[in-house]
Ligand binder design. Structure first.
Ligand code: IVH
Length: 681
């Protein structure tokens, strides 16, 4: 008897601990145990329940997959309709929305001050809407939106989402229908697709389709294996023991205390300007967010004001979705051509009927490589989905098979380089085909030069594709060293070049004659040497000559350098042509600045410190600032945390500045940074 009591107590403790860890992980985003520790608790609970099956309850965390597969999803009538939102695609529409809201509220005597209406601004998550019903704190039913009146019963599937409580915490009401979005994070989506690929299963085109496909499984065990998350943004029926709320934001805060993950980064803002500022700020962060959003949503925050505003047709008058330009569109694939890269890599490029996507008109998109074309089964003539997210190169996601014309053609990889005529070869174990022409190939020469002058390399302003084309095609420039013999007079003769830009360019070349060693190493375009490796090499060897003299063994002593990279570096410097270019560069006065290495006694001012840059600095570009910081031993990060040593903020600094202030992280301007670097006169 006594033993049974202790089993009951232990089971209770375990269930509570597991629910608690879920809450810390999914709601507070601050886990306190490792996955292994979590799994150990789960296994202990499973073992105890196996030994005492009569103690199993439906809300035990072991019972998330309870039900057997179903033949179809039954209908669920929503007790409160699930509405949709009105959309705005430009600022004018937001202005009009805000004006209607203000007029109505002023008319009702509910808008007194002139600073405008309070709104809650939040993400418009790109997943699928779900309503989840809790009775007496227990999850009893979940349904999709359907037509807004009747949805589909997906209770057994929704129960498998670890981010959702099976039992509510704290002081819950008798009935609560929480509404929100089921989404998949980008990272989880990539992992899932990799898994699908490895197993030879179909891949999903985007996180939303993956989330929808995972939730619409008739077998809940499959849903359980998919990384779905839920974020609450609203509610349906809510009754019995409900605190008196006045604000929408308060209700969502309360949901968090009951154990729900609530749509993150919500902000209460006031007036039109602040709405638009939220939209812009969020737009800048959009591509860095862990999940996809297709807009932001504005909701009048005062619940009584929401009631006064009411509804039109199937959408509320008190809320609005302000959309970002779509990142995916469909268009026709007119042809597939190939492009030759810096290392000879051949990339198939889709020529498209122009389409407006991700805020620009796209006519070309990458298809990565031959295998990718086969895998996606893309054919010339197909209607395809094109994706452009942020600054990322547009890509063809896949065809729409139903729209395939009879005369659609397969792509065939050419066997000779379209630029230099050399053979194209593809080593058996590699995905990439390459032109074997090396620097004999004008395409490879042009790409090497463009790489060498790029920002992270020698950072020579004013050299673009058109100029390089002219210089290489006329035979005037054959290698990087030739760039440093260009004169103002001859440059001024070229197309699209005036005296002024020619003078500026020669000045930029002058400045580029003394790069940091890591910039020069990166500029050389050694295969497998990216900026990080270039930096490590510079720190380790201190001079170009020392890198050139290094053996594979010496190179293996550098952090992050493995056998493939070491071999590639040795091969590069063994090539007489490359040595000639380096000698010619030296002759023309191009020489790396001396490296101040950590081993040279004086410790670096920012050693071990992490800094975050935000906004536009008055003098330095982001690259320049990063370079100085790294040269002083510091690290750059994209996000602010308690571990951040300093945030360097310029004009139009965004949420990183706010976060720094919230966390009490010191904030510097450019002058402050220079002082820290000991560069202030
Ligand atoms: S509120 C009455 N808030 O957008 C208002 N919806 O077109 C009901 N969505 O079906 C929706 N993020 O799937 C709201 N923060 C958010 C949202 C959001 C995404 C979706 C939701 C809804 C659709 C509305």
């Amino acid at each position: 008897m006594e033993q049974r009591e202790s089993v009951v107590a232990r089971i209770d403790t375990l269930r509570e601990a597991i629910a608690d860890h879920n809450y810390r992980y999914y709601v507070q985003d601050a886990p306190t145990v490792s996955d292994a520790q979590y799994d150990a608790l789960m296994r202990e609970l499973q073992a105890l329940e196996a030994a005492h099956p009569d103690l199993i309850t439906p809300d035990s965390p072991t019972q998330r997959v309870g039900a057997e597969p179903v033949a179809a999803f039954g209908p669920v009538r929503h007790s409160v309709a699930m509405l949709s939102l009105g959309n705005a695609f430009d600022e004018d529409e937001v202005v009009a929305f805000n004006r209607r809201v203000e007029d109505t509220l002023r008319g009702a005597g509910m808008l007194s001050d002139d600073k405008g209406v309070h709104y809650q601004a939040e993400y418009k998550l790109d997943g699928l809407a779900i309503s989840i019903r809790y009775e007496q704190g227990r999850l009893v039913q979940a349904a999709t939106r359907g037509d807004g009146q009747t949805g589909e019963d997906v209770t057994s599937n929704i129960r498998t989402l670890r981010s959702l409580p099976l039992k509510l915490r704290g002081n819950y009401p008798d009935v609560l229908e929480v509404r929100g979005e089921v989404v998949m994070t980008r990272a989880d989506f990539e992992r899932l697709n990799q898994q699908q690929r490895d197993r030879g299963d179909k891949v999903f085109v985007n996180p939303r389709n993956a989330a929808a496909g995972s939730l619409r499984q008739l077998d809940p065990r499959i849903t359980a294996s998919r990384p779905l998350r839920f974020y609450a943004y609203g509610w349906g029926e809510m009754s019995g023991n409900v605190p008196a709320f006045t604000l929408h934001s308060e209700v969502l805060d309360w949901f968090a205390t009951l154990g729900f993950p609530v749509s993150p980064n919500r902000e209460v803002v006031q007036g039109l300007e602040q709405l638009l500022a939220f939209y812009r700020r969020t737009g800048e962060q959009r591509d860095q967010l862990p999940f996809e959003i297709d807009g932001v949503v504005y909701k009048v925050n005062t619940l009584r004001a929401q009631d006064v505003l009411g509804f039109v047709a199937r959408a509320p008058r008190f809320a609005l979705a302000h959309k970002y330009p779509a990142q995916e569109e469909t268009t026709r694939l007119l042809d597939i051509e190939v492009q030759v890269g810096r290392t000879g890599a051949i990339t198939p490029v889709a020529r498209l009927e122009p389409v407006f996507v991700g805020g620009v008109t796209v006519t070309n998109a990458t298809l990565h490589n031959e295998d990718e074309i086969r895998r996606k089964d893309v054919r010339i003539g197909d209607t395809v989905t094109v994706r452009r997210a942020g600054d990322v190169i547009p890509e063809v996601v896949g065809p729409i098979p139903e729209l395939r014309p009879d005369d659609a053609r397969q792509f065939v990889m050419p066997d000779h380089c379209p630029v230099c005529g050399s053979a194209i070869e593809r080593p058996e174990d590699e995905a990439v085909a390459r032109c074997t022409g090396g620097l004999f190939c004008a395409a490879q020469r042009k790409q090497s030069l463009l790489h060498a002058v790029s920002r992270k390399a020698l950072d020579i302003d004013g050299v673009g594709e058109k100029l390089i084309d002219q210089l290489v095609e006329s035979g005037r420039v054959a290698s990087l060293a030739d760039m440093f013999t260009l004169t103002v007079d001859e440059l001024a003769q070229l197309e699209r070049m005036g005296k002024k830009s020619a003078t500026n360019l020669v000045k930029a070349l002058e400045k580029a004659r003394t790069p940091a060693l890591e910039q020069l190493l990166f500029a050389l375009g050694i295969r497998h040497v990216g900026e990080t490796t270039a930096r490590a090499l510079a720190q380790h060897f201190g001079s170009l000559q020392a890198v050139m003299d290094a053996t594979e063994d010496d190179l293996l002593g550098v952090p992050d350098v493995g056998p493939v990279v070491a071999a590639s570096i040795v091969r590069f410097f063994a090539e007489p042509h490359n040595r000639e270019v380096i000698d010619a560069l030296a002759e023309r006065g191009v020489q790396a600045r001396a490296v101040e290495s950590q081993t040279q006694g004086r410790s670096l001012p920012l050693a071990g410190k992490t800094l975050v840059l935000t906004g536009t600095l008055p003098e330095w570009t982001r690259e320049e600032a990063s370079r100085h910081i790294m040269a002083a031993g510091g690290k750059i990060s994209g996000s602010v945390s308690r571990k951040t040593a300093y945030v360097v903020a310029g004009e139009q600094a965004g949420s990183k500045l706010t976060r720094a202030q919230d966390l009490g992280v010191p904030v510097l301007d450019e002058a402050g940074l220079k002082a820290l670097l000991g560069m202030q006169e």
